[in-house]
Write a protein that binds this ligand. Sequence first.
Ligand code: ZN
Length: 103
Amino acid sequence: MSDSNTEWMVAEVCRLYDAKGDKAVSAAKNGRVIQYRDFCVVVGTTDTYVVDDAFCTCGDFTYRGVQCWHILAYRTAKALGTIVVRDEWYHDLLGKPGETNTI
Ligand SMILES: [Zn+2]
């Protein structure tokens, strides 16, 4: 599913966001935006973050109020149709229930 619209959008994301755009596009194209049953996550270079259209759990977004590349990756993957869908619960992967939770 690659038409001129999505190519144009990818080019725009790269142009507008520079390094962030490159990261976002490569994550979106490499299956690193994953939709679980409960959350959507972006697999970053050092960690995995829960994202949606306007929210992200990374430090840039929550502490510094910056639009981070994870949200951009999510939007790009959505537009390109490259979100990987997994029929699993993300919170099941986070840790075993009953143990101390730091969230
Ligand atoms: Zn983020």
